[in-house]
Design a protein around this ligand. Structure first.
Ligand code: ADP
Ligand code: MG
Length: 272
């Protein structure tokens, strides 16, 4: 009836305005604007103005959300998946990383584990996945394992571990960098276990480590707890192996070798 009563309104523009008003949660305006437009004898230009104003508000809100989420993530540096050179890690499939960058694993509350030697680009990909997640609208937080352990120990001494877990629980994705570089004492290992167990199947977590799984008990101290931790972390997880030499070492060798393509560098040349 209402559409028939205002035949002059461009339905395609109105449909866009409806959708934008719903996205902006403006039910009062949505219920009234057609009637107002027809009362005022509004033409298509007036409607397009309204549509443009709403689009500008949506853009501005999205930009603010992105900027706020980027600040909240506390990345030490910004890295993008797009600037990662996949030829450096031939066993790392670009399409697997790109699939993770869609953020589906975050919605599914899965984990990602990036394992490899120092300098192979794990932190780069970790932050790149975080950037992609923020663009997809997720809330992300980056923390090093050492800083996380410090926060957990402090919270324990102040009897507010549950509060700290709730604060981390607000993030759809927590990125834990450099697990395994520093060994923990028993209390720290238990707290870290509590942290991962708390997120298990309810929130997504991604972590980097230099340690193959077989060596995790060395860092966590306790074999039984390590098994329980690995059980939770590796269940519904995506494991990315970064087997290769340090990217910077590789790059400086490449520069030193001039224009010689990488696959022409024999092992004797590399050791020089
Ligand atoms: P890791 O965390 O494995 O120790 P990083 O991610 O910190 O390694 O990488 C070290 C430096 O080299 C960073 O500046 C990173 O951006 C760069 N880097 C490493 N691997 C690559 C790659 N394959 N393509 C582009 N840059 C890379
Ligand atoms: Mg790193």
């Amino acid at each position: 009836m209402s559409a028939a009563a205002v035949p002059s309104l461009d339905e395609a523009v109105c449909a866009r305005i409806d959708a934008r008003m719903r996205a902006l949660r403006l039910p009062g305006a949505l219920g009234r604007y057609r009637e107002l437009a027809s009362d005022l004898g509004a033409d298509d230009r007036a409607l397009r103005l309204l549509d443009g104003v709403l689009a500008a508000e949506i853009d501005s809100r999205e930009l603010h959300r992105f900027q706020n989420n980027l600040r909240a993530a506390r990345f030490p540096v910004v890295k993008e998946i797009g600037s990662f050179d996949f030829t450096a890690i031939p066993n790392l499939a670009m399409d697997r990383v790109q699939e993770l960058a869609t953020g589906r694993f975050i919605a599914a509350h899965e984990s990602v584990i990036l394992i490899g030697n120092p300098g192979t680009g794990k932190t780069h990909v970790l932050i790149g996945l975080g950037m992609a997640a923020i663009r997809a609208g997720f809330r992300v937080r980056f923390v090093t394992a050492a800083a996380l352990v410090h926060e957990l120990l402090l919270a324990r001494s102040e009897l507010r571990v549950p509060k700290l877990l709730r604060q981390y629980g607000l993030f759809d994705l927590v990125l834990v960098d450099e697990l395994g570089y520093v060994p923990f004492n028993q209390e720290a290992a238990q707290l870290l276990f509590t942290f991962f167990a708390d997120r298990y199947e309810t929130r997504a977590t991604a972590l980097t480590t230099n340690l193959p799984f077989a060596q995790w008990s060395r860092v966590f101290g306790d074999e039984t707890m390590t098994v329980a931790l690995l059980d939770r972390l590796t269940h519904r997880s995506h494991v990315l192996l970064f087997n290769g030499e340090s990217y910077r070492v590789r790059e400086s060798k490449r520069r030193a070798a001039g224009s010689v393509p990488d696959n022409r560098l024999g092992s004797t040349e590399q050791s020089r």
